[in-house]
Design a protein around this ligand. Structure first.
Ligand code: SF4
Ligand code: SF4
Length: 109
């Protein structure tokens, strides 16, 4: 029953989640992070730490397609264990809905 990062993370990437994960199961792409579903121990501590409310358990309807996306990219992106530099325009992207479209139009992840 892993947690998943959803499109709320796109272009926000605050990385508060990375700081609290006890098993370091976050992986970093260019514009978002993902959780490795086989490594996540379902502790839930990252969920309330995300300023963008982008992290959901797989029981949440919003997680359905993102579980697959998290699994796919966790297998190829590098592991991240420490918070890095937050994008300067992160707050501007924080409340934009349906940011998945941004990925589809730019082909960036
Ligand atoms: S805290 Fe939220 S917005 Fe920031 S990197 Fe983690 S999932 Fe993405
Ligand atoms: S639920 Fe726990 S183990 Fe899973 S990603 Fe969040 S902090 Fe890490």
């Amino acid at each position: 029953m892993p947690y998943a990062v959803t499109d709320g993370c796109i272009r926000c990437k605050y990385m508060d989640c990375v700081e609290v994960c006890p098993v370091d199961c976050f992986y970093e792409g260019e514009v978002m992070l993902v959780i490795h579903p086989d490594e996540c121990i379902d502790c839930g501590v990252c969920e309330p730490e995300c300023p963008a409310e982008a992290i959901v358990p797989d029981t949440d309807p919003r997680a359905e397609k993102w579980i697959q996306i998290n699994a796919r990219y966790a297998a190829i992106w590098p592991n991240i264990t420490e918070k890095g530099a937050v994008p300067a325009d992160a707050d501007d992207w924080k409340h934009i809905p349906d940011k998945e479209n941004y990925l589809l139009t730019t082909n960036k992840m």
